[in-house]
Write a protein that binds this ligand. Sequence first.
Ligand code: ADP
Length: 510
Amino acid sequence: MTALQNSENVDRLVVDNAVIGIALSGRDGKWIRVNRALGAMLGYTEAELLELNFTKITQADDVVIDQESLQKLRAGEVTSFTHEKRYIHKDGHLFWVRVHVAGVYDSDGVLTHHSTQVVDISRTYELEQEARLYSERLHNVIEGTDAGTWEWDCVTGDIVINDRWAEIVGYTRDELEPTTVETWKRLIHPDDLIHAMELLDRHFDGDLHAYDLEVRMQHKEGHWVWVHNRGKLFERSDQGRPLRVAGTHIDITQRKRDEAALLAANNALVKSNRDLEQFAYVASHDLQEPLRMVASFTKLLSRNYADELDDKAREYINFAADGAQRMQQLIKDLLSYSRIGQGYVDDEAVDLNLVQERVVRSLQLSNGNAAAEIYCGPLPVVHGDPGQLQQLLHNLVANAIKYRGDKPIEVTIGTDQRNAEMVFFVRDNGIGIDPENFERIFEIFQRLHARSEYAGTGIGLAICKRIVERHGGRIWVESALGEGATFFFTLHPDRFGTLESTSSDDRSAA
Ligand code: ADP
């Protein structure tokens, strides 16, 4: 205790136990005393440090600043200085320190020593660097997304915006000063304001995770621009009152324009399609009646006047009757084709296994098909129009039988997974299709064969395509001439109920 009463000893203890680096150096810059903390900071013992000059432990680039400042101290221009510089640790790594150097003067005011205090600020410096980097990144993201930003102080009503926010509505930031919530309310379309306030309230109440909507804002030149406005409350008072909200404005005017143009084009297309279907329906419907007359009168003619006509005349009448009959079939097909486009798809759960059984039974009952071997793997339950789905399978299986080759007919119905999508298929071992006709066969009234070879009007696949598309899917064929054909189709993923086991290997004779 007595030692402590000696003030020099007290000073020594204070210096030795200080947590910052402390040193005393002569006018020449050579250290006379250093404390433990400085040694620890630099990785030297105190004895080692005393052998060193500050220039030895200062990063080369920073020595100049030190020397300039010391010059001023010696010249009496300053009595102390502070600056930040990099020290070199004994192990070679650099670290940032804040150095405060003060002159020590004798009783005549002559500079005799320098006292130095050193604080390790490497952690602070790192944090500053991180903050700078973070703000740089944030800045890049905001620039990159062309986002207007806003921060709203709910208590004062003040809003801090960036340049882009103002630019979207045709102003500079200065022109909108003072920017408050009133500025925003003035610019937003009155109808959208109501909705925006509702959403904000719901977000504040915790009903909505974020505030997100598209609004119109009035441009300086008077027209309206579309803005996607998103934000989030990020600070509440202890009582739960909203304090600060921040978010972005993205100009979506062009997107809105494109959407409107697309919608208009789509509406026009839907209307023109509907008109066409209506036309086809009415035309074919109205054609049936006069055609029925032609057919029945040619029939009457050949039945009642056969004896009075010569062979040539009878042949002509047969041609006329055949033509009328074909035209009736065409009209019937056209009618059923246009009917698929009418109204909405009936949406029911349809067990395709039952549909397939019905199709196979009805086809095997028709003349000449009894010999067809039809295999079918388990099929899923889907949501769709039962009548249309039956027609789809019917047309595909009927073609598989009709376009048979020389071999005994074999047809397989099943499903497969392709790129995580369920694909239905109907495979046959018939005459096959030349790949150059893959597209054509799905067009209405397109056939690859003469009527004398295979009966038909060329509408079956066009109907299949229409049905599949109405159920959100695609249809296509894979084949080669003489090697059978496989027709594939998909349905929209939402149309599948529970996906049951659908392995196509599980063959079971129908
Ligand atoms: P249609 O059978 O009345 O001619 P489709 O629209 O059903 O009309 O078929 C169009 C054409 O596609 C047929 O004329 C035929 O040439 C070809 N085609 C359809 N299915 C098959 C099949 N399974 N095998 C070979 N060719 C086929």
